[in-house]
Ligand binder design. Structure first.
Ligand code: UD1
Length: 447
C-alpha cells in the first residue's frame, strides 16, 4: 500500500522556507501573575520528540516527506530545519501545522557545531546520513544541561553495523563500509530513546536484517517507525523491546500525521492540578499517559477521554501527596517530573520523586524553594512537603521542562513571577502564552 507517494505538495502561499536563523523576538522574559483557575480548551500540538525524528528521516529518501500535525512554531523544529537545510533538504514549514521536507540530493554530510550545539537531537541526523550517503560528520551535541548525556550507544550500534567511527576536533566522523551499512543484532545495555531511533533509521537502508534488543518503546518511536513503514521500510516489533528491521534498497516519499505531544498534554494536566478548574485538552489521548494519570487520580484529579479530547478537572480541595519514580516508557516520563513536582509543592502531606533517567535533573528545585516550596533532595530522590502557598519571584531555568515548571509555579503563586531565559520554553512548547491566556491565566512576554 503506497497511498502517500502521490500526495501533492502543499500550496506555497503560506509556506515559510527555512534558510536562515530565526531572529529572537527580543522579549526574553515572561511574567506570570498567579491566582487564576484554568477553564476552557487547549489544542495539543504534535509531539516535538516525534516531529524532530520525522524531519531527520526525510534524509533517507530523495522524495518529499509531508508531515501533518507538525509543531512548526517550535524553536527546536526551526533549529533542526536550519541544520537539515544546510545538509541540502528543502523545507517548508506552514503555519497550519504542515511541513514538507525534500532531500533531493545530500549537499553536505557535515552537521557543524554552530547548529548542533543548540539542540542535542541533532545527533539523530547521523543514522540517516550514514545510511543514505555513506558518511556523516556531526559535532558532539549540546542541548539541555542534563548531566553528561553521552552518545556512546549510538556509536557502538553504528560500529556493529560496520561503520568506522572517529572522534576528531569535537566531531563524530562516521563512515559506512563500501557496500553500505550491514544489518546487525544490537543489544542495548539500557534503554535509550535516541539510540533506538538513530539505529532504526540507519537500519532501514542497511544490507540485511537488524534486530534492536532492549529497544525503547516510547509512543514517539512507534510513530517514527510507522512513518518509516509508510516510506517503504520493513519494520516489526514497534512498541516492544525487540524491533526488527529488514533493510531495503530505497525509501520513498510519504504523508504522515504526527502523534500528539504527551508531554505537553501531561504538562497542562499538572497545571490543572495546581490551579484547579477544568480543561478540555483537544486532539490528544490518555492511553500513552497511564503512568501520569494513575498518580494524578490518586492525588484527587478527575481525568477522562471524550472522543479525541481529554477532560481534566480539579474542583475539590487540595491534592494528596503521592510518590513517583521516573522510568523508560511505559513508566513515568522524566520529561514530566519537574511539572509533577511543582504540582506537589501545594499538596496535602508529602510526596517523593525519584529520578532514574538523568543525573542533574533537579535544577528546578532551588528555584521552587525560592518561591516558598519545601523540597529536600537526597541523591536522586526529592521529598516534597506541601506548603500553604507559593510566592512569586524572579526565577531562571536551565532546561526545557524545568522552565515550564516555573510557569506552572507562577500560575499559582501569589503575585508576579518573572521567568528569565525563556529560550528553553520556546524550544518545546508551542504558543504557550496564547494557550494559557485563552484558559484564564495571566501570562505575558516582557523585555
Ligand atoms: C529523549 C528525549 C528527551 C527525554 C529522553 C528520555 C528527544 C529529542 N529527547 O532524549 O526529551 O527526556 O529521551 O525519555 O526525543 N545515554 C547514554 N548513552 C547513549 C545514549 C543515552 O548513556 O548513547 C543515557 C543518557 O545520558 C540518559 C539515558 O541514557 O541518562 C536515557 O537517554 P535517552 O533515552 O537516549 O534520551 P534522549 O534520546 O537523549
Amino acid at each position: 500500500m503506497m497511498p502517500n507517494k502521490k500526495t501533492p505538495a502543499p500550496s506555497t502561499d503560506t509556506v515559510e522556507i527555512i534558510k536562515s536563523e530565526v531572529k529572537p523576538s527580543g522579549l526574553e522574559k515572561m511574567r506570570v501573575t498567579g491566582g487564576n483557575r484554568l477553564n476552557g480548551s487547549i489544542r495539543i500540538s504534535g509531539a516535538k520528540n516525534a516531529a524532530l525524528k520525522h524531519m531527520c528521516a526525510s534524509l533517507l529518501t530523495d522524495e518529499p516527506l509531508h508531515l501533518e500535525n507538525m509543531p512548526t512554531g517550535l524553536q527546536d523544529v526551526r533549529t533542526l530545519a536550519e541544520l537539515l537545510s544546510h545538509l541540502g533538504v528543502t523545507i517548508a514549514l506552514r503555519q497550519d501545522s504542515v511541513a514538507t521536507l525534500h532531500a533531493g540530493t545530500i549537499q553536505s554530510h557535515v552537521a557543524p557545531y554552530d547548529l548542533v550545539r543548540k539542540m542535542r537531537a541533532s545527533v539523530i541526523v547521523l543514522g540517516p546520513l550514514l545510511a543514505r550517503h555513506g558518511k556523516a560528520e556531526v559535532s558532539l551535541p549540546g542541548g539541555c544541561a542534563l548531566g553528561a548525556r553521552p552518545v556512546d550507544l549510538h556509536l557502538k550500534g553504528f560500529q556493529s553495523m560496520g561503520a568506522t567511527i572517529e572522534l576528531d576536533g569535537g566531531y563524530i566522523k562516521a563512515t559506512a563500509p563500501k557496500g553500505g551499512l550491514m544489518g546487525a543484532e544490537i543489544v542495548f545495555p539500557f534503554v535509550s530513546v535516541g539510540a533506538t531511533e538513530n539505529l532504526m533509521m540507519a537500519a532501514t537502508l542497511a544490507n540485511g536484517a537488524t534486530v534492536l534488543k532492549n529497544a525503547a518503546r516510547e509512543p514517539e518511536i512507534v510513530d517514527q517507525g510507522e512513518a518509516l513503514i509508510k516510506m517503504g521500510a520493513k519494520i516489526t516489533g514497534l512498541g516492544t523491546p525487540e524491533i526488527r528491521i529488514e533493510g531495503v534498497k530505497k525509501l520513498h516519499g510519504a504523508t504522515h500525521c504526527v502523534v500528539p505531544d504527551r508531554i505537553e498534554t501531561g504538562t497542562y494536566m499538572c497545571a490543572v492540578g495546581l490551579c484547579g478548574g477544568e480543561l478540555r485538552l483537544q486532539n490528544t489521548r490518555t492511553d500513552f499517559l497511564s503512568s501520569l494519570i494513575a498518580p494524578l487520580k490518586e492525588a484527587g484529579m478527575d481525568i477522562r477521554q471524550e472522543g479525541d479530547d481529554v477532560i481534566v478537572k480539579r474542583n475539590g480541595g487540595k491534592l494528596k501527596g503521592v510518590d513517583i519514580m521516573t522510568e523508560a516508557y511505559p513508566g513515568f516520563a522524566t520529561d514530566l517530573q519537574a511539572q509533577f513536582m511543582t504540582m506537589l509543592t501545594l499538596c496535602d502531606g508529602a510526596g517523593m520523586i525519584s529520578e532514574t533517567i538523568f543525573e542533574n535533573r533537579f535544577m528546578h528545585v532551588p528555584e521552587l524553594c525560592r518561591m516558598g516550596a519545601n523540597i529536600s533532595i537526597k541523591g536522586n530522590s526529592a521529598i516534597i512537603r506541601g506548603v500553604e502557598k507559593l510566592k512569586g519571584a524572579e526565577v531562571m531555568a536551565t532546561d526545557l521542562r524545568a522552565s515550564v515548571a516555573m510557569v506552572l509555579a507562577g500560575l499559582v503563586a501569589e503575585g508576579d513571577t518573572i521567568i528569565n531565559r525563556i529560550y528553553h520554553l520556546d524550544r518545546g512548547y508551542e504558543n504557550i502564552v496564547e494557550k494559557l491566556t485563552a484558559v484564564g491565566a495571566k501570562i505575558e512576554r516582557v523585555r
